[in-house]
Design a binder for this molecule. Structure first.
Ligand SMILES: [Zn+2]
Length: 168
């Protein structure tokens, strides 16, 4: 079982690091400690940290930047105006009382992670949006880690490829 889990992480990590030039992940360890989340979360966090290590390993091999960012307020902060709104877990939508920006809760958070990742890399903001966002909840493996997400942004040529794929 343990072996199988490891294979899955390597498979996912290999995919992301070969498909994208940069992968941004939240460093969830900090978040969990700050929020004092329920039991079982620890196990999930170990799994997540493990996955980040695997990602970094593959990133080094393939020349992909793997950046872990501060997860604080990525969910609360509005990506458009920065105003923080408290959101219980069951609220799946982000609807900003200040600027009116409305989107999916996880997508708003993913945009924040993406922005922080770019800042950390020292990349000047472009008008683009993440090539793809994937929440860890999408994968069975990380179901428990509801707050974690991966954001990746591609180079122009990767975006072109994504556009081609979308038009097919
Ligand atoms: Zn706003």
């Amino acid at each position: 079982m343990r072996r199988k889990k490891l294979d899955f992480k390597h498979k996912v990590a290999a995919f992301y690091t070969s498909e994208y030039d940069a992968v941004f992940v939240e460093n969830l360890h900090v978040k969990g400690m700050l929020e004092g989340e329920r039991n079982g979360r620890n196990t999930a966090e170990v799994g997540w940290r493990d996955f980040i290590m695997v990602l970094k390993h593959h990133g080094r091999k393939r020349g992909c930047h793997v950046v872990d960012v501060d997860p604080e307020d990525t969910t609360k902060a509005c990506h458009k105006c920065g105003v923080k709104t408290k959101k219980p877990l069951w609220v799946r939508e982000h609807s900003c009382p200040s600027c009116g920006f409305e989107t999916d809760r996880d997508y708003n958070a993913a945009l924040n992670v993406w922005e922080r990742g770019l800042d950390k890399l020292g990349v000047v903001h472009s008008e683009g949006t993440p090539a793809e966002t994937a929440t860890a909840v999408d994968a069975d493996e990380f179901r428990e880690v509801s707050a974690s997400r991966v954001v990746d942004t591609g180079s122009p040529c990767l975006k072109e490829r994504a556009a081609i794929a979308a038009s097919e």
